[in-house]
Design a protein around this ligand. Structure first.
Ligand SMILES: *[C@@H]1O[C@H](CO)[C@@H](O)[C@H](O)[C@H]1NC(C)=O
Ligand SMILES: *[C@@H]1O[C@H](CO)[C@@H](O)[C@H](O)[C@H]1NC(C)=O
Ligand SMILES: *[C@@H]1O[C@H](CO)[C@@H](O)[C@H](O)[C@H]1NC(C)=O
Length: 508
């Protein structure tokens, strides 16, 4: 879930320009016509009838305000054109307008494309996140028929600029082939072929029941099928080797990077125009090969203004480059390569120590600003957050904010009001912390801005506020939690900070 949030956020950043352009248009076009540009417009009133009428109903659940949704909608419209006259009916459902229906259909999460078959509302097939209109069509084709083209002459696949996956099987009715087809269905953006031609295989000096990745007349990698090989393993193998050992982070590659099944990423932040770029990039690339399938290697050009947000996320300033950061996308902990000499050996050592669990997580804190505790709203930093928040005598209400986020900034006046309203109360502290400049040393999930209460008498407990963002509601919450903390005190044992799952969970 957290990863999806990150993915969504970064995709939103990449596509924000086009969204802004598109949102207005969408709003103007919100008419109730049931069909527009060949797309059935679904709503609560017509969904069941549409389901009944169309044996194959392909529905794009979208939300006009999401950047990723906007990208998908464009692809979906392209695919819908290709579906005209076929047995598949393309439809869209605006989940922001049709909230009840979306909820009933369990389609409230990320934008998705689902195929409903024979009027079955409960078991739609979910289309893998597509990279193009064509991949939606390919997915439909593969699920309807054979998932890979049978080829005898491989010369074309071999010469292709794009990656082609070729399965070489002795018998086409073998279980391996089913696993292979299942992988093809999950990866509609990739070309798949099947061959039984012995010549092909002898050319590469390999045996049968093997998967080959070919690109520009070159064998990139081979994978020997084993009885225990699962579809998932095959998908990881193909998606990893589909990418180069090192990928530059750009608007184009972001989606691929963030949807990679490899959840540890090594990021090299470097200036392309710097004198030692070639040397450092080459060292990074040389180190990458040994960690494929385990760590994804990505480099980020710090000269590129569009990478600003990503750098902010990793708290890298351009003058600090070159440097390497590791991020574990499961828990979002980042690690810093503790060396000024970015050579192959130090990068390798760093990756090994990370994989062995020996790397030390990077923590970062701004120094406490001058007069940080003199204003009504106290300005905290990573260094003093714990010290201030976990106070046995004071209840501390903290706003975790991102300075560049409009959603965060709109809460500032409310926070001032709250501080004003509680200023006579010795046992209450109202504070805020810039979460983009300070690593928060807590196990957190969810998104910023986040309002977290640290009740007095109840050291190391954190309560996430999720109510209305109004002064009155905040005050009620504060009083209620303070009462509760007093009562709970009797029964709570001392829990070790860091080893407990906090109620309050924040991060990207
Ligand atoms: C939605 O999910 C709930 C809980 O998993 C399930 O009971 C329900 O049948 C689902 N509805 C549909 C339309 O799939
Ligand atoms: C990444 O984080 C998860 C959750 O904390 C952990 O289980 C996993 O071992 C970490 N991966 C590595 C390579 O450290
Ligand atoms: C983060 O918390 C852990 C566990 O309490 C502690 O060992 C570590 O020193 C803390 N790190 C920082 C930078 O505060």
């Amino acid at each position: 879930m957290r990863r999806l949030l990150l993915l969504r956020m970064l995709l939103a950043l990449c596509f924000c320009v086009s969204v802004n352009a598109g949102t207005k248009q969408n709003q103007n076009e919100q008419k109730s016509s049931p069909e527009k540009d060949g797309l059935l417009q679904l709503n609560k009133g017509n969904f069941n009838a549409a389901l009944k009428k169309h044996k194959q109903l392909l529905v794009h659940f979208y939300s006009p305000l999401s950047g990723e949704s906007h990208r998908l909608l464009a692809l979906f419209e392209g695919a819908a054109e290709g579906l005209q006259g076929s047995g598949v009916k393309a439809a869209v459902l605006d989940v922001s307008k049709e909230k009840d229906l979306a909820e009933e259909l369990n389609a409230t999460g990320l934008p998705t494309i689902k195929l409903y078959l024979s009027g079955d509302k409960y078991n739609p097939d979910v289309c893998p996140v597509p990279q193009s209109s064509n991949s939606i069509l390919t997915w439909l084709k593969r699920r309807a028929g054979s998932a890979a083209d049978l080829v005898t002459d491989l010369s074309q696949s071999e010469a292709s600029e794009e990656l082609t996956v070729v399965g070489f099987f002795k018998e086409l009715n073998h279980e391996y082939v089913q696993v292979y087809y299942a992988a093809a269905l999950s990866l509609p953006d990739v070309n798949f072929a099947v061959t039984q031609d012995d010549e092909v295989i002898s050319k590469y000096g390999l045996t049968h029941d093997i998967i080959l990745l070919l690109k520009k007349s070159k064998l990139i990698q081979a994978y020997k099928m084993m009885p225990q090989t699962s579809k998932e393993q095959l998908v990881v193998f193909i998606t990893v080797y589909q990418m180069d050992p090192v990928t530059e982070y750009t608007g184009k590659t972001a989606a691929q990077i963030l949807s990679s099944p490899v959840l540890s990423h090594a990021l090299l932040f470097v200036s392309r125009s710097s004198g030692d770029f070639a040397r450092i990039h080459s060292a990074f690339s040389s180190a990458a090969e040994a960690f494929r399938m385990k760590i994804l290697f990505v480099w980020v050009n710090v000269d590129e203004p569009r990478n600003g947000r990503l750098m902010e996320y990793f708290r890298v300033r351009d003058f600090e480059a070159p440097l390497v950061r590791m991020v574990n996308l499961t828990d979002h902990v980042t690690y810093h390569l503790p060396s000024d000499t970015l050579d192959v050996e130090s990068i390798r050592r760093f990756c090994r120590s990370y994989l062995e669990g020996e790397a030390k997580a990077k923590m970062q804190s701004e120094p406490p600003p001058e007069g940080w505790d003199e204003q009504p709203v106290k300005e905290l930093v990573g260094m003093n957050l714990e010290e201030v928040a976990f106070n046995p005598h004071r209840t501390v209400f903290v706003l975790f904010y991102l300075p560049y986020s409009q959603a965060s900034r709109t809460l500032f006046p409310l926070w001032e009001e709250l501080a004003e309203a509680t200023k006579e109360r010795e046992d209450v502290v109202i504070a805020r912390i810039d979460a983009s400049a300070n690593d928060i040393n807590m196990s957190m999930q969810g998104s910023y801005p986040s309002l977290c209460l640290f009740p007095a008498l109840h050291a190391e407990r954190v309560v996430l506020y999720s109510g209305e963002r109004k002064l009155e509601d905040l005050m009620k919450f504060l009083d209620r939690e303070m009462e509760k903390a007093k009562k709970d005190r009797a029964v709570v044992n001392h829990v070790l900070y860091g080893s407990v799952q906090h109620d309050c969970t924040v991060s990207f």
